[in-house]
Each structure stands twice: as C-alpha cells, then as structure tokens.
Design a binder for this molecule. Structure first.
Ligand SMILES: [Fe+2]
Length: 224
C-alpha cells in the first residue's frame, strides 16, 4: 500500500516568490487574502511534487494530450485567466447590474490547474503506469487533487468549486457563474491553440474529433 503524499520539501518564501514571478496576474486580485492563498496553493502543490516552479511544468492539457509547441504551463494558466477576466469585464461593463465576482474569476483562472503538479509528476506517472491495477491511472485527476490543495491552504469554496468543475468533472454539477466563465475560457483557449496550429501534431486526431483543423503557422510554409 502507498501512503498519501505529504509535502516533500518545505514551502519557503523563495518558492512563493517563484509563483508570483510566474503568474503576474495574481496582482489583479483585489483581495489581499485571496492573493496570498493563490500563492500558497501553488507553493503547496509544487512542494508536493518534483517540479521546481510553475514554468517547469510542461504546457499540456493532460499528460500526453494537447502539448503546446512552445511555452510552459504558466502560459496556459495566464492565458485562461486573461480570457476569463475579459469575459467577466465585458459583461460587467455592458451589464453593470450583472453580479459577477471578478476576484473569484481571476483566482479561479490562476489555480484551476493547481492539481497538475501531481498528475504530471514523473514519479507518480511511473508508479501509475507501472501497475494501474494498484493505483489507477492516474489515481486522481488534477481537478480532484486540486481540491486537496485548496482545502489545505483554505481557499474559499467558490474558488475550490472552479478547480473541480473546470473540467468534465463539472458536468456532474451545476456550475457557478464564475465556474462557467473559467470552464469556457479553458476549453476555448485549447480550441484556439489547436486551430491556430500551436499544438504538437500528435494532438491532430483529437482535434479532428472536435472538428478543428489546425492552420499553418505564419512565415513557416509547410511546417506544422
Ligand atoms: Fe486548464
């Protein structure tokens, strides 16, 4: 039997600083407490993993699926957060009577994939692929492991819900308004990345299943 993981390395201010450096959109969150907990969530998740910092995580949707040709997971997190925030801002300015919690959208965008250090960890992958009959493959997907991180650092329920519901786990729930925004921003981001030819051609079959045809990149005739 395998015991549950505990933080493998201490959560230091140096580690927290890398989170702030890798996710500058944290500064967009109005609440000081929420900013601090978003930093803490990523520092906690990294400390329980083999990854040095967020920019060490590969830019993939799931392990082996939707690999970006360049960049890191930070590019995805930041892109989704900016898209989600622009959706919220569009409605807040066009319909000032709409009650959208902008801070929850930003925080949710930044931590929606906070479980990925666990799901992408090469040590975990080796264990899970070694004998899936023991542990499952993966034992927990990143939206579920992300909940463990959220509980550990005390993120509010509204943000925790986004972490669980951003992916198809959320299809079993009624998504909050802010979770709808982050969920759509996340899937839109991958669809546009695929359509723009930014993904490794290994993802072409999945894109085809979604009726997305990757376009050639500019100034690179023939290259994909
Ligand atoms: Fe994502």
């Amino acid at each position: 039997m395998t015991t549950p993981q505990r933080p493998r390395r201490p959560i230091t201010d140096a580690l927290r600083r890398t989170v702030v450096e890798d996710l500058p959109e944290i500064a967009w969150i109005g609440s000081e407490e929420l900013r601090r907990k978003v930093v803490e969530a990523w520092a906690y998740a990294l400390a329980e993993s083999s990854f040095e910092r967020i920019t060490s995580l590969p830019a993939e949707g799931n392990p082996g699926i939707f690999l970006l040709k360049r960049g890191t997971q930070a590019d995805h997190l930041r892109g989704v957060t900016r898209v989600a925030t622009s959706i919220a801002d569009e409605f807040l300015s066009a319909y000032p009577e709409a009650d959208i919690d902008r801070d929850v959208v930003i925080a949710g965008g930044l931590v929606h994939d906070v479980g990925k250090p666990w799901e992408f960890d090469p040590v975990n992958r080796a264990k899970w692929t070694g004998d899936p009959s023991r542990t499952g493959l993966p034992s927990l997907r990143h939206p579920v492991y992300g909940i463990h991180v959220c509980v550990a650092v005390g993120l509010p329920e509204e943000v925790m819900h986004i972490v669980l519901a951003h992916s198809y786990e959320g299809d079993f729930l009624v998504r909050s308004l802010e979770a709808i925004i982050v969920h759509r921003a996340d899937s839109l981001w991958w669809a546009v990345a695929g359509g723009a030819g930014l993904l490794d051609p290994k993802s072409d079959a999945i894109l085809e299943g979604r009726k997305i045809s990757p376009r050639r990149l500019k100034d690179q005739p023939g290259s994909r």
